[in-house]
Structures are given as C-alpha cells and as structure tokens.
Design a protein around this ligand. Structure first.
Ligand code: DUC
Ligand code: ZN
Ligand code: ZN
Length: 471
C-alpha cells in the first residue's frame, strides 16, 4: 500500500489556507495532499470535519516541585492524556532547576518522569533559578546545542525570582548561545509589601490573591523585563499577559524595534477576580498568577489576540487538586491566600474555549486559530515545519474537529489528575473528535485509544526569532 492511512474529505485548515482535500500518511508523516487519494487499508472519513494541525501547548507545568507538602495534580501520563483529549499533539513542559542543582541534573530528573510515560510528544523549557557562572557559561551553551533552546525566568516568588543583575546575565547568556528567554513579569517586592498590608488588616481570603498582585505590579515588571532585554539586545517572550497595560508595554517595545512575543491564556479571557471572591474556600480554585482581572482586561486580551499583540495562546496548565491536603486546601492554604498554590488546570480546555469563544463568535478566523494554538508555537520554539502545520514531510500530528459538536465542560470528561475544572459547566460549540499523533489516533470521541509511550521527547532547533531565519 502506498499509504498507511488516508484522511478523506476533510476541510484542511492551516495558519494560511482552508481547503477540502485528502491527506496521505506514511511512516507517521504526511506524504501526500491531493483532491482524491487511494491506496490505504485504513481510511478515516473526515467529511464535515476540520483537519487541523494538532494543538501545541507551549506553556505547561507537570509534576513540578511546588513547595513543602504540595504536589501537582498531573504527572506526565495524566497531563499528556488530558492534553490529547483537548486536541493537542505536543506540549512544552517546564523543567525546573532547583537551587543548587545543575541544569543537567534537573533534566535527568524530568526525563525520568516523562520518558515512556507520555501520550503525546513533549519538549522541555528550562526554568533557571540559580544562574551561576558555570550554569550560564558552561551548561547552558551545551544544552542549547542539545536541543533545549528556551528557558524561563521569574521576577516573582521568593525562591524562584532572579534579581535584575541576574536577569541581565541570563539574557546575555541567551544572546551568546542563541536561546530564547520567557519571562514571568510581576514585581515581587511590591507583592510582598501588599501581602504584609493585607495580613496586617486581617485579610486572608483568596480574593486577596488578586489585590496583592495588581496590574501595576505586572505592568512595571513587564516594562523592566523589556528594558533589560533591550539593553542586552536579545528577543524575549512575555508569558501569561493578563491586561491592557502590560500589552501596551509590549507594543511600545516593538515600536522601539525590540523583538518581543506576547502570550495570553484562557483564564484571562474567561475568568475575573470575582471568581476568587467566593464562599467556602471555593475561590482557591481560581488562584493563579498573574491573577484574572476584570471585564475590561478580558476585552483587551481578546483585542490583543485579534490585533497580533499576542502570537501565542497557551494554557499555563499548572494543576493542583482542590479538596486535598497536598493541593489548594492544604492546612496553611485554608488559613491564608498566601499559602494557596498558584496555578489552575487548563491543558484540555484551551483549544475548545478558543474555538468556541473565538472562532464561533467571529472574533478570530480559523487560520488565526491554528496560528495561535499550533503554528506560532512551532516556529517560535524551533519545531517548525516538523510540527505545527499540514505539509508534505511534516509529522502527521492532527486534530479533527467537529465544529457543530456541543459539549458542556465537566471535569470528568477531561481525564486529568485535577479534581476540578475552573470552566465547569461552560458550554462550548466545537470539539476535537480525533487526536492523531504521528499518524496514530490517540483519542477518538473522548476515549483514549493510544497508550502512554506513544508520545516521544522532541529535541528542538533554535527559535526563528533568534536565528531570524524565515520559516
Ligand atoms: N507562573 C506560571 O507560569 N504558571 C503557574 C504559576 C506561575 O506563577
Ligand atoms: Zn509564570
Ligand atoms: Zn506557567
């Protein structure tokens, strides 16, 4: 047989085109695209379905150390399974360096957790928390050559944050090695100051998480990160942007000539600080950083997706169980917002939310949906054209969407380790009915048909933003 599999009569959607055609798959790759193909025993009828590149979620936390007695709700098996349920075929997970550890050691630990356990393909960003001269001067250059071509730094969290001089050194190392830096922008000192004020006033509930992390703390840190990157003259990614003022900083930096990529996430479109202001500790379910803001900020983030302030739409999946002493409601977390672990689940719901709220409601078109959820991630993080598009020679990583399928989101359909979804009860129109990784269906109609081990580790090239290679 010429092909292992043919996807027939689907409407193929890429970041640039929409057309009806058949796809031929051989050895896990797309080997033909034509009006009509024959020559396979395995035919998938995609009539009435959109055939899109599988989602690439480039901002996912799995099995990350999260403080004394706190455990993330997903390991690589459950996290990638849930990602596949939601139409993703690759994720970029964070590999966090614990202070004092080498990056190599951190990677060994994460490969130990991930290898052989994933349902979809996985690559790693590093989180640099201890930028010693040997980490920056020796380890990082070798790791970039080995395919770990991006890393994140934090401006908040006492135990993770880098000082400005450390950020400058880290950006400089990125520039010298051709790596790309992602920055979490919130001003830690301002947050500490506000937490002190709130606790002194006897305010301990979850809603104080939002008021102690105001827009000004995000805006200031965004401005500072952009300025430091401009001084070093290296591109950066501003992750999980929540509001208009931070967006304006990105736009101003671009006008000055900086290479900056912006990312936003479903929580900044769908949630507000009011979700944290609930009785019975329910607000803990929505504690994430930066916090969800208000209706104006939601509108601004939609506008940013439409206008290109944002090139990336990621989940920032960072799951902690709610009703669990190792999760949101740990003993200390029940008493003060300060101890509620930061992060919410969302790897399965990212694509259906953007499809339903964005495409179906006419805010973005299908091609922009694909760019925001797959193609741009592949290009920016050195995976294109192997991933993120439908083209001859690309991996056959596909999500087949039924645009008319109505689904009410409930936690039980997401097959994740978390015991809740922040989007419980949300009705969406449009759902990925097949998820196909390198030619193999790993999820069909909400059922997992693959196994752990179907997903592989993915070494990456340097970012197109760093090499300036047109892709
Ligand atoms: N930053 C993230 O990127 N994810 C979850 C928590 C955080 O602060
Ligand atoms: Zn972050
Ligand atoms: Zn994150």
């Amino acid at each position: 047989m010429q092909f292992d599999r043919i996807i027939k009569n689907g409407t193929i959607v890429t970041a640039s085109d929409t057309y009806v055609a058949d796809l031929g798959i051989k050895d896990g790759r797309i080997s033909a695209i034509a009006a009509s193909l024959d020559g396979a025993d395995d035919i998938v009828d995609a009539t009435g379905l959109y055939v899109m590149p599988g989602g690439i979620d480039s901002h996912v936390h799995i099995d990350q150390p999260s403080g004394d007695g706190i455990v993330m709700a997903d390991d690589f098996e459950s996290g990638t399974r849930s990602a596949a349920i939601g139409g993703n075929t690759s994720i970029l997970a964070f590999c966090m360096q614990e202070k004092g550890d080498s990056l190599r050691h951190s990677l060994d630990v994460y490969h130990g957790k991930a290898d052989g356990n994933c349902h979809i393909d996985v690559a790693f960003h590093l989180i640099v928390t201890d930028p010693t001269p040997s980490v920056l001067g020796q380890e990082l250059p070798a790791l970039v050559e080995d395919g770990y071509t991006s890393f994140k730094v934090f401006m908040t969290y006492e135990n993770l944050r880098l000082r400005d001089d450390e950020i400058l050194d880290t950006l400089d190392a990125a520039r010298n090695t051709g790596a790309l830096v992602l920055v979490h922008c919130e001003n830690e000192d301002a947050i500490r100051f506000l937490i002190g004020q709130h606790e002194a006033a006897g305010e301990f509930s979850a809603k104080s998480h939002a008021t102690t992390r105001p827009i000004a703390a995000e805006r200031e840190a965004t401005h500072r990160a952009l300025s430091l990157a401009e001084i070093v003259d290296t591109p950066i990614v501003i992750v999980h942007v929540s509001n208009q003022q931070a967006m304006e900083e990105i736009e101003r930096a671009r006008v000055r000539g900086s290479k900056v990529v912006g990312e936003t996430c479903p929580q900044y479109l769908m949630l507000t600080a009011d979700d944290l202001d609930q009785d019975e500790l329910e607000g803990a379910k929505f504690v994430c950083s930066p916090p969800p803001r208000d209706k104006e900020s939601q509108d601004a983030c939609w506008d940013g997706l439409e206008r290109g302030v944002f090139d990336l739409f990621s989940s920032d999946h960072c799951p902690f169980r709610f009703n669990d002493p190792e999760g949101k409601l740990n003993e200390k977390g029940k008493k003060s917002f300060r101890w509620i672990p930061n992060g919410i689940p969302g790897v399965a719901t990212r694509l259906p939310i953007l499809f339903s709220e964005g495409v179906q409601k006419g805010r973005i078109d299908l091609n922009r949906f694909v760019a925001l959820t797959a193609t741009n991630h592949a290009k920016l993080y050195g995976m294109y054209p192997q991933k993120g598009t439908i083209a001859i020679g690309s991996d056959a990583d596909l999500a087949l969407w039924d645009p008319n399928k109505n689904v009410t989101i409930t936690n039980d359909i997401l097959q994740q380790g978390c015991d809740y979804s922040p989007y419980e009860g949300l009705q969406v129109k449009g759902w990925p009915v097949h998820t196909i990784v390198r030619g193999k269906t790993v999820v069909k109609d909400g059922e997992v048909t693959g196994q752990k081990g179907d997903g592989k580790y993915l070494p990456r090239q340097k970012s197109n933003l760093v090499t300036s290679t047109p892709v």
